[in-house]
Design a protein around this ligand. Structure first.
Ligand code: SDX
Length: 431
């Protein structure tokens, strides 16, 4: 538990209430209001949780003003340059960078869990072919609790560990199966000889009729995209996983809830919405029309991939993603990709516009990711499933941290009630 070095005082109706103030390792001080309702018979009001710390955590730290993102103290820039996705998974799950032996053991454990129960293939056949892969993933991941009973007891640390490995290992297989099913191609089994990102590309793009060789450029780019999406403090889907987990729900059900929340266009669905927006803009000369629409409150239109609840500076992931987009498209010989040109010009125009400057709206992680994914051959409908694969380790790490906290309680917010006061029933003949 963080230390309290001072108190804040709340004065209400002539009475004073002491609120302990926690001093975190990094970030703003935190007022402890847990006893406020009991002492002062008042609630606090914060519908979007803009000023609320929902938990204690040691996993990820974000400084929105500096545009800083740390995983267990290591910057996302350093991890993107020197690490790889499964090493970041280990770091998020266990708190330290692994030794060579620990990393080899971890990668082997994940690799050996990449297949799914053969009967799970039947689930896919119940969906329409044109179902959005996110719908399939919510259903199939939730159904994992029907197959892996031996890792659903949240009170057993070993079962929690097995559930974590199973989900990190099987999400790419399930996402690839959702993709294959949507295009009418046969499922491709995982290959233990491939690395994590390469295995996912193989399961998505290999076909029985010919050999498929993983392009190392694309595998490295996919691994970097996965690293950049791995965890992000208490975002909407992570908060969903924590809230679901606080009731004691099994880990597969909690991750399925996180996938459902991630799907929204204000959150993980923004990568798909952003590429569709860039395609709708089409050419650089149409950008002013869309920027004007984004500034018009009545239009209901927002620039997808722009803005963030926490970052009021560049999202550091967007900066790395933009460099990766230049590198990958250049290596693929499509550096003149019109969508990349539109995205760069849109960023330039928006960042010089007073509306975006005053509201501190910058490109976020979803602004450039779709351009790389499309260049790899993915349809836009697979963008958010790829985000879900990547974020599973973050959800699981945060879930484990919460479940392992002896003081954790079921999440149960209160409300500001503005409905009718108590009133008597009126018979229908008198209404
Ligand atoms: C992710 O939380 C996380 O960490 C999420 C994430 C993660 O890794 O988990 O980082 C991943 O979800 C990234 C965000 C992806 N979403 C989008 O790109 C969708 C477009 N962006 C927005 O809808 C918006 O910026 C949010 C949802 C991301 C943040 O919304 P907030 O913090 O609630 O901010 P807001 O809606 O109160 O906006 C503040 C102002 C408003 O204007 P005013 O009412 O003050 O006049 O900025 C405006 C908004 O209208 N605004 C935008 C805008 N985003 C905010 N105007 C135009 N275009 C935009 N994109």
């Amino acid at each position: 538990m963080a230390e309290t070095k001072k108190n804040a005082t709340l004065t209400l109706d002539g009475k004073s209430y002491d609120l302990p103030v926690f001093s975190p390792t990094l970030g703003p001080d935190v007022l402890d209001i847990r006893k406020l309702y009991g002492q002062a018979d008042v609630f606090t009001f914060d519908p979007g949780f803009t000023s609320t710390a929902s938990c204690e955590s040691a996993i990820t730290y974000i400084d929105g003003d500096k545009g800083e993102l740390l995983h267990r103290g290591y910057s996302i820039e350093e991890l993107a340059e020197h690490s790889h996705y499964l090493e970041v998974c280990y770091l998020l799950l266990y708190g330290e960078l692994p030794t060579a032996a620990q990393l080899t053991d971890f990668e082997q454990r994940v690799t050996r869990h990449t297949m799914v129960h053969e009967q799970m293939h039947n689930f896919f056949r119940g969906f329409r072919r044109d179902a959005h892969p996110m719908a399939t993933m919510v259903g199939v991941v939730g159904a994992m609790s029907a197959f892996y009973h031996d890792s659903t007891d949240i009170n057993d640390p070993w079962q929690r560990e097995v559930a974590a490995i199973r989900m990190i290992a099987k999400l790419p297989t399930i996402a690839a199966m959702a993709y294959k099913y949507s295009i009418g191609q046969p499922f491709v089994y995982p290959k233990n000889s491939l690395d994590y990102a390469g295995n996912f590309l193989h399961m998505c793009f290999a076909i029985p009729a010919e050999d498929y060789v993983v392009n190392p450029i694309l595998a490295k780019a996919m691994d970097r995209i996965m690293m950049l999406h791995a965890d992000h403090e208490q975002n909407a889907s992570t908060s969903t996983v924590r809230l679901a987990g606080s009731s004691g729900a099994n880990p597969f059900a909690c991750i399925a809830a996180g996938i459902a929340c991630l799907w929204g266009p204000a959150h993980g669905g923004a990568n798909q919405a952003c590429l569709e927006m860039l395609k709708e803009i089409g050419t650089v000369d149409r950008i002013p029309e869309f920027v004007a629409k984004a500034k018009d409150k009545d239009s209901g239109f927002r620039l997808m991939g722009f803005g963030h609840r926490v970052y009021k500076n560049f999202d550091p992931r967007a900066t790395v993603m933009k460099e990766s987009a230049d590198e990958v498209l250049g290596l693929l010989g499509v550096e003149n990709n019109p969508l990349l040109q539109v995205a760069k010009e849109l960023e330039r125009i928006a960042l010089s516009d007073e509306y975006f400057i005053s509201k501190k709206l910058y490109p976020n992680v979803d602004f450039y990711s779709g351009i790389i994914l499309e260049a790899m051959g993915f349809p836009t409908s697979m963008f958010t499933p790829i985000f879900a694969i990547s974020r599973t380790v973050g959800w699981i790490s945060q879930w484990k941290e919460m479940i392992g906290d002896k003081g954790q309680k079921i999440g149960r917010p209160r409300q500001l009630y503005i409905g009718e006061p108590h009133r008597a029933y009126v018979d229908v003949r008198n209404r």
